[in-house]
Write a protein that binds this ligand. Structure first.
Ligand SMILES: *Cc1c(COP(=O)(O)O)cnc(C)c1O
Length: 412
């Protein structure tokens, strides 16, 4: 158990309390369940494989704890269906994945390669090189260091500029120490008609031609639907795996991955003309029955979806009324037979029809944000988990920390 060692030695009472708390949380059933179907994860990955065709590699993006859904379990499901390259946000996520899975490539979107190069090397991680300092560090390690190169084409986040790449001295560096993949990120791929897409693609193509035979990767999930000319040699998909609809105007072949339900805590009668919740944003227009549901913005329900969404209760669709509060939300169950709405029952907030896209649209936020917050805020339950064969192939984590990594830049 994870209690601090100091508790154990100095304070047996706090150890006992800690253990009691753990036992209690195991004993009680959760008021909220975010159900994650790993088979849907596998199917969505395969669907994109088919969409892009055999010439294009599909890498999976599992940053931010796999968009909140749990990086290790999601990675395991992806590896089951042949995914061999995973992108993570930082070294912390990379080291966690590496401790579970050997034999797959893990690339880190951004984490100070020039300072922590020794960690990348000893755990076989691939840095995405985002600036000249990191490039210099990669060149200093030499051929032994596989790296990807990020080039900025119109997002103004990380990456070398196109002009940087074209500089003669850097071109010589690239010739000697070739990046295995050059990548860039699209700003407007959700809008198929946005001219920014073409501009970024053409800037990227110039760099791609210059760095050949280095392979290229421009598209994330939404870019898959922009068509073949955006796929280059590899796509990097995150949200598509998690069932978010990026298909724009086209039919969406992806499956929803999550279901979310929360428990009804109380049902009460409210007379006509009374206010419901903070700010009195809802006032009853008739004598009403209101159910209080055990989920709020702390768990990731967007505050801004107040009075705008429906939840499912059995065969009924029930409107959310009043503000979403920290731990609770309220629904209007006046039209539901009393015996069909009892404290202890669950309502569904997400299912195959009520999707993350719907919830996000009602709230005026992005589906990625909505999913990541719900994943981080709700107790998660996995369906169709089978420990990936890759688990068994995993190597024990090397405990020795690379001494050169202290905080000194690796380059002289
Ligand atoms: C997050 C991210 C992706 C994946 O984006 P989705 O739209 O969720 O597929 C790909 N590339 C980069 C650089 C990213 O930051």
């Amino acid at each position: 158990m994870g209690y601090p060692a100091a508790f154990r030695r100095k304070n047996p009472e706090s150890r006992r309390l800690f253990e009691e708390q753990v036992m209690w949380s195991l004993a009680r059933s959760s008021d909220i369940v975010l159900e994650i179907d790993l088979d849907s994860i596998r199917i969505n990955f395969r669907t994109v494989l088919t969409l892009v065709g055999p010439q294009v590699r599909v890498a999976a993006v599992v940053k931010s704890d796999a968009y909140g859904l749990g990086i290790v379990n999601i990675a395991s499901a992806l590896i089951d269906v042949g995914c061999d390259l995973l992108f993570v946000a930082n070294l912390e996520e990379a080291l966690l994945l590496r401790s579970c899975f050997g034999g797959i490539a893990i690339a880190v979107f951004r984490d100070e390669f020039h300072r922590f190069g020794a960690w990348y090397k000893s755990h076989d991680l691939i840095p995405v090189v985002n600036n000249c300092e990191e490039l210099h560090a990669a060149a200093t390690v030499g051929e032994a260091q596989t790296y990807f190169l990020n080039v900025e084409t119109g997002f103004a986040r990380f990456g070398l500029s196109v002009a940087d790449v074209q500089r003669q001295n850097l071109l010589r560096t690239f010739e000697r120490y070739r990046p295995s993949i050059v990548l860039s990120h699209l700003a407007c791929s959700e809008c198929i008609w946005d001219a920014t897409n073409v501009l970024q693609r053409e800037r990227f193509r110039a760099v791609y031609e210059l760095l050949k035979p280095t392979r290229g990767s421009l598209a994330a999930s939404a870019g898959v639907w922009l068509g073949k000319s955006y796929h280059f040699d590899m796509v990097r998909i995150g949200s598509a795996i998690y069932g978010i609809n990026n298909a724009g105007t086209q039919t969406n072949p992806l499956q929803p991955v999550v279901k979310l339900r929360a428990r009804i805590l109380d049902v009460r009668s409210v007379p006509i003309g009374e206010a419901v919740g903070y700010g009195a944003t809802f006032r009853t227009a008739r004598a009403s029955r209101i159910a209080i549901v055990a989920i709020g913005y702390k768990h990731g329900i967007p505050w801004s979806c107040a009075n705008k969404i429906f939840v499912r209760l059995g065969e009924y669709l029930v409107p959310s009324i009043g503000r979403i509060s920290m731990e609770y939300m309220t629904i209007d169950v006046t039209d539901i037979p009393a015996e069909r709405c009892v404290p202890g029952d669950f309502v569904e907030l997400l299912n195959d029809d009520l999707t993350v896209n719907n919830l996000a649209a009602a709230a005026g936020v992005s589906p990625q944000e909505t999913l990541t917050r719900l994943g981080a805020g709700c107790p998660r339950k996995y369906l169709n988990f089978s420990p990936s064969a890759a688990f068994t192939a995993s190597r024990p984590m090397t405990v020795r920390s690379p001494s050169r990594a202290k905080s000194r830049p690796m380059d002289k």
